[in-house]
Design a protein around this ligand. Sequence first.
Ligand code: NCD
Length: 314
Amino acid sequence: MDFMGRDVVSIKDFSVEEIEHILNIAKKMAPLAGGKKKGNILEGKVLASLFYEPSTRTRLSFESAMLRLGGSTIGFAEPGGTSFVKGETIADTIRMAESYADVIVLRHPNEGAAKLASQFSSKPVINAGDGAGQHPTQTLLDLYTIKSEKKKIENLNIMMIGDMKYGRTVHSLSYALAIFGANLTFIAPSLIQMPQEIINNLKAMGNEPQLSTSLSENIQDADVLYVTRIQKERFPDEEEYLKVAGLYRINNALLRNAKKDLIIMHPLPRVDEIDPEVDDTPHAIYFKQAFNGVLIRMALLGLLLIKDFDGGGI
Ligand code: NCD
């Protein structure tokens, strides 16, 4: 399995075996991610993080992962202070970044931006979210979280709720879960239900996702509930957004019918879709999930930048 120098644009870039390999290496990163040890395997390597859209977890956990492995980071958290405002194209910015860094992490509002960037860079480009497209490293950390909590993925009843239309996390994750043989249910108002194209692709992969508008009718069967934020910034107009804003709210009353070992995940940030009272229940694992992002990103950076990296020697 060779990861060295590869781009990570879509979760579909990886086979099941490759995903399993990344998850196994991520597990070995725990002592470093927790700050108990300091790593140096990426000493001398530079990560460029180019964020054209807001981010807290993705950007900080990538930077933390790089620093914990002994590397350095450069970049920007919003394009306002860059030549973007002077009209520079993404292609030119990427050409510059590849000459300053060994790996580029890109978040951009346009679907396909990471793919385009990868064509202008000889250094690996990692997609940290391209519009409503894909978010492959979020998917890796989501898979890691499900596997570590549930010990398996196959045949689990995994329900995703919220913005299936514009949410890139659920687009990436549903492909990966289909590869792993999970049972998928998408719960959303029809205005923001999963795009037909993705459903068709999932069916072509042998998966039969269920669609519903009601969480209370389905909650008792769920092993994993993956809650998402309505992606306000991607709605073409405010009126459309207001039709679906605040429709779902997970609270303890609703969870009374849930399995005891249901886990509730969320890529975060949350707005109002999970009542804070749920945070204190054993179901809530979204903060742990966010921490797992550091493990995954450490594993990935090691694999992309060091030949035959296997998580040893850290
Ligand atoms: C998500 C994103 O940016 O797609 N956040 C994240 O990376 N954890 C989800 C969201 O913004 O709702």
